[in-house]
Design a protein around this ligand. Structure first.
Ligand code: HEM
Length: 406
């Protein structure tokens, strides 16, 4: 690695090394990166790296957006519109920022699922999981605070719903709501608070947590699929069982996945850009406002039970996931030998997908096999028109759309 950097940086490396001994750092990084990783490492192990790359995208595009963004209720919306319509490549920077937030959370979840099914949270990597889960909470807080910043109808009313849910937390709910909003309602004060958290507090917390998470991964190494009650494999044993150095073998795989996912994001930006809706209007509640997809399962689940029980239940589920390494002390890592963990894991994923789907289709109308249905807020369909009537409604909808288009 020293040779490669010397070749790339030429005399600069020697110049720096003579003054501040950068070779000590380079040798340390080389030693850590070329540590042997277990032989079962596959493409799924790239998800952590993909998450890190999306965070880098967020950071760079966020810094660029800050040049023109104005965090005040009077001008936030206009400044975002200006970025999208007037600033050269402003639309691209905003889309990269908005899309990489969605991709980052999606890959964070996939990464956590990967770790769960490989038993990577078990002894002696409990702390890696604790810091990782804290990262998930901070990432969601990033998304939540960032959502309000464009100050359009969607962000205003989405944040109203989100803070309302936080306000139903037992005992502290009332105070939490006031602290989040900076008053009874969403206002200029809320925007300033969210902006400060989004660009100052959360980035520092996130950077420190990522630093700890990565340090623990390289310090402890990635886990094998062996039971936790047998000693961890030495580098020699890893080599004999097909272990490969993290760099370059695994880094190359991760780079391919990163490039493919980035290419997919570019396609999404081109063919399905995230729109800016109308300017926020506190006196006009638009219909069908829903929280972002990663809050949908929680939002939907809360509809089926009394708010208080729902919030306590959700809190307990979140706490149980965070403390998973201490709750699941079984020594097996192979998922085929952990039937209970496998069933609970699959049940959790399927339940979340179903709740998200119900949340998405709730409060909408659809024509299925010719019959028009209204899907209520709980996801139950109600027939509102026979096939013949549905045809007329569809014609009317089509005529409305054509008129709007004109
Ligand atoms: C920004 C957030 C995160 C980043 C950048 C990140 C990054 C990484 C990377 C690069 C690895 C090594 C390769 C891999 O397994 O993919 C890893 C491993 C690990 N991560 Fe994360 N991670 C994040 C969030 C999380 C979350 C949310 C959890 C769990 C709730 C978690 C738990 C773990 C554990 C336990 C390992 C070690 C797994 C093993 O030894 O098999 N991480 N992380």
């Amino acid at each position: 690695m020293r040779k490669m950097i010397k070749r790339l940086a030429g005399g600069i490396y020697d110049w720096l090394d003579n003054r501040v001994e950068v070779s000590v750092l380079v040798d340390f990084a080389h030693k850590q990166l070329t540590k042997l990783a277990p032989g079962h490492l596959n493409w799924l192990f790239s998800f952590g790296t993909v998450t890190l790359v999306f965070f880098a995208c967020q950071f760079v595009s966020g810094l660029l957006l800050m040049i023109y963004y104005e965090a005040s209720a009077d001008s936030a919306y206009e400044s975002v519109k200006f970025i999208m319509e007037q600033v050269r490549f402003g639309w691209l920077i905003r889309q990269v920022h908005a899309y990489s937030a969605h991709f980052m959370i999606a890959f964070l979840c996939l990464h956590a699922i990967r770790v769960f099914f490989h038993g990577g949270y078990k002894k002696p990597r409990e702390m890696t999981w604790l810091f990782g889960f804290a990262l998930l909470v901070v990432a969601i807080s990033f998304a939540f605070t960032g959502y309000l910043l464009p100050w359009d109808q969607l962000s205003f009313w989405g944040t109203t719903i989100g803070t309302e849910i936080a306000g139903t937390t037992p005992v502290i709910g009332k105070y939490l709501l006031i602290v989040l909003r900076g008053g009874e309602t969403i206002s200029d004060v809320t925007l300033t608070r969210f902006y400060a958290a989004h660009v100052v507090v959360l980035p520092w917390v996130f950077a420190m947590l990522v630093g700890m998470h990565l340090f623990l991964i390289y310090y402890k190494g990635l886990s094998t699929l062996d039971r936790t009650d047998v000693p961890e494999k030495t580098p020699e044993e890893l080599k004999k069982t097909g272990g490969k150095p993290f760099y370059p073998e695994h880094v190359l795989k991760a780079a391919i996945v990163v490039l493919l996912v980035l290419a997919f994001m570019v396609l999404m930006i081109i063919y399905s850009p995230i729109p800016l809706s109308d300017r926020a209007d506190p006196f006009n509640t638009p219909g069908g406002i829903k929280p972002a997809w990663y809050f949908l399962p929680m939002y939907q689940a809360l509809k089926y039970m009394p708010k208080m029980i729902g919030i306590i239940g959700l809190g307990l589920v979140i706490l149980a996931i965070w403390l998973l390494p201490f709750l699941d002390r079984t020594p097996e890592r192979q998922i085929s030998r952990r039937p209970l963990a496998m069933s609970l894991g699959i049940l959790f994923i399927v339940a979340n997908l179903i709740l998200a789907l119900l949340g998405k289709i709730g409060e909408t109308e659809h024509t299925i096999w010719g019959t028009r249905y209204h899907i209520d807020t709980y996801g139950y369909p109600h027939v509102i028109a026979s096939p013949a009537e549905a045809l007329i409604i569809e014609d009317l909808d089509l005529a409305d759309e054509t008129e709007d288009g004109e």
